[in-house]
Structures are given as C-alpha cells and as structure tokens.
Design a protein. Structure first.
Length: 369
C-alpha cells in the first residue's frame, strides 16, 4: 500500500499539469453544498484566510438559489457555529461578502459536534438535488468521525474533503464518498488553487450522476436526473456485488422513472449499480455508482457441497459473516450411502438466527473381500 506522502506527491503533480489546460468557467449544476470549515486553533490565521479565499473562488461561477446551487457554512471549533444556512444567499455578491466577513473561532477541534449539526440540517433538505458536505480542514486530530460520516452517506450525502499535508489520511479516506481521486484532495495551503477546477468539476458532475439517496444494511434507493419521458424509451438498471459471484440482477424501468429501490442486498457489502437509458432518439451514456451497504445481519445465500465420499462431505457457504472468517467445513465420520440434511445457520448478536439447508448423500462404501 502506498504511503500518504507518496500519494500526495503523485496526485499534486498530475493536478498541476491538468490545471494548466484552460477549461473555462461553468455555471451549470444544482445541489446543496454545506461547507464544514475547520475554524479551530490548530489552523493558523494565514491558513484559515487561504481556505476562505479558495472557497470564494471555487463557488464564484455558480448560479445560486433554489433550483440551482445553495451554500451553507458550518464552522468547527469548541462549539459548532452555523455561520449561514442554505437558504440565506441567493446572489454571488451576497455570498462573497459573507465569506469575507467570516471570523475564525479558535478553540478545540470538535468535529463530531459539528457533524451532528450537519446531519440534522442536511436530513431536512429535499432529496431531489445532490447534497454535498465539503470538509475543509488541516486534517490534524479530526476526532472520531467515522460513525457520523457513515450516517451522512447513508442519507445520500456526498462527502468531499480538502486537507493540508499534515492531515490524518486514513481517517479522511474513510470519511469521503468514492471515487477517491475526485473527492479527496491533499494540498500545500500555498498552492491550494491548483485543485480549484478539478473540485468544481466534481461538484458540477454530481447533478448528472446516478446517486444513492438512502442506504440501509439490505437496500439502496438510487436517483438520477430524468433524460427520457413516457413512450420515449426505457431504463435498464443492473447491479452486481463485488463479494458474491453470479449476483448480477437486471430490471427494466419506464422512461419517466427518476428513482428505484434495490432490495434484498447483503449487509456490509460493496455493490456497483449501472443505469443505461435506451432510446431510439439518441444515445445516452451509461451512469454508474458504487456503494457499500451498512453493517447488519448477513444471511447465508449460497451453500454448496463437494469432496463427497463414503464417510465425508465438504460444505461451503457464503457470504462470510462479519465475526467469522470461515466459509467451509469438512464433515467426517458419516455413514456410507446415507442422506443427510445439512443446515448452515448465522447466529447474530441480536438473538436472531438465519439458516439455509441442503440435502447431501454420502457415497456407497466399497465391499471388502
């Protein structure tokens, strides 16, 4: 595994070359962006000022207001401070003035407390636009944020992060929403402007994507911007587990669809979903999204038999249970030519038991002369 330092140097070099190509400013895109700004004493005054300048430049091309882009600012300190909420600024002039007026809180880095405010705020927002949490931090001692970040992502929130070179890479890597290369940025604060275009492109692209807007241990709700209409074609939705072989499932959805729920998923499992619009009018790109279901109770879905003999049968099952890394067992001491009912049970801490059974038969024993 590459060290964070190595990843930083390679990533910074590629972004520096990429940013030298003129892309032009875009004003398209829609979504709710909540800025989670580290305003604690671990941030130097100069660093804080640079983060605000970067944020102002990043957001400057967007059209603001409901139906476009809405921006809120939540500061992290000893106590969280909601500088302004999502509905306050509907013009760039108003937003830019507000960003110039922001004062640093100082104090401790209580990121968990701020994340609870963010979770409450974003959970009240409508699900018909992307919800984005952009975390701007030095990344030093970010606190125990894993559970709250997981809950935010389960609510369909995209988590992106920008941090300086001394940040805790492992914590931030777990916190952000994949893909890593466009949602996590590690930079020297003096050269932070080199990521502006890439981060802005990532935000713009979210309004065009297939999105997970709700996630549980066994289901996922997907949403997308409609590109078809009734009678104009249909959508083909298919998804596959990275853990379970032969798990691909396909569904056909009408042309006026904009969301779908996938059910009967396995807990704590990575999936990838694809949405392909089909139309006689024009060609559309296939959209895709990767997601990981929340931890929970895994039900045995595959039980197979092998190595059958007069006195033994090997039993295999899947998927692996979270607390058990064994997925097979050799049953010995069996009687020849006998049918058995083999049951694999998953015993959960909640007290529930889930099981799957298969019939097995040992081979006939050889007669001795």
């Amino acid at each position: 595994t590459a060290s964070p330092g190595l990843i930083l140097s390679v990533e910074s070099y590629s972004r520096l070359n990429k940013s030298s190509v003129h892309k032009g400013h875009k004003t398209c895109g829609s979504g709710d962006i909540l800025l989670l700004l580290d305003s604690s004493g671990s941030i130097a005054n100069y660093e804080f000022s640079r983060l605000l300048q970067f944020t102002a430049e990043l957001l400057h091309p967007f059209t603001l207001g409901r139906g476009h882009v809405r921006v809120g600012l939540l500061q992290v300190g000893t106590q969280p401070n909601l500088e302004f909420s999502l509905d306050v600024h509907s013009t760039q002039e108003s937003l830019q003035k507000a960003l110039r007026r922001v004062n640093q809180l100082q104090g401790d880095t209580k990121t968990e407390a701020a994340l609870r405010v963010a979770l409450e705020l974003l959970s009240k927002m409508e699900n018909n636009v992307p919800k984005i949490l952009l975390w701007l931090t030095d990344g030093v001692q970010p606190g125990d944020v894993d559970e709250l970040m997981t809950e935010l992502k389960a609510q369909g929130v995209y988590v992106l992060a920008v941090f300086t070179v001394h940040g805790n890479y492992q914590v931030l890597q777990r916190a952000i929403t994949p893909p890593l290369e466009s949602h996590l940025y590690s930079v020297d604060i003096n050269n932070i402007e080199i990521i502006t275009e890439d981060l802005r492109e990532a935000i713009i692209g979210m309004s065009e994507r297939l999105r997970v807007v709700h996630l549980t241990s066994s289901s996922a709700v997907l949403q997308w911007r409609p590109v078809l209409s009734t009678g104009d074609g249909y959508y083909e939705l298919y998804y596959i587990s990275e853990l379970i072989s032969d798990s691909e499932m396909r569904r056909i959805l009408p042309g006026d669809s904009s969301w779908a729920e996938i059910i009967n998923l396995q807990p704590d499992t990575s999936y990838k979903a694809f949405l392909r619009p089909e139309s006689n009018q024009r060609l559309f790109n296939t959209l895709s999204v990767s997601f990981h279901t929340l931890p929970g109770e895994r039900i045995p879905v595959v039980v197979s038999l092998s190595d059958s003999g007069p006195h033994q049968i090997r039993v295999s099952w899947g998927p692996l249970q979270p607390a058990d890394q064994q997925d097979q067992a050799l049953l010995t001491g069996l009687a020849p030519g006998t049918q058995y009912l083999v049951t694999v049970s998953a015993l959960h801490v909640s007290g529930k038991e889930r099981a799957m059974s298969v019939k097995a038969c040992t081979q006939e024993g050889k007669l001795s002369i």
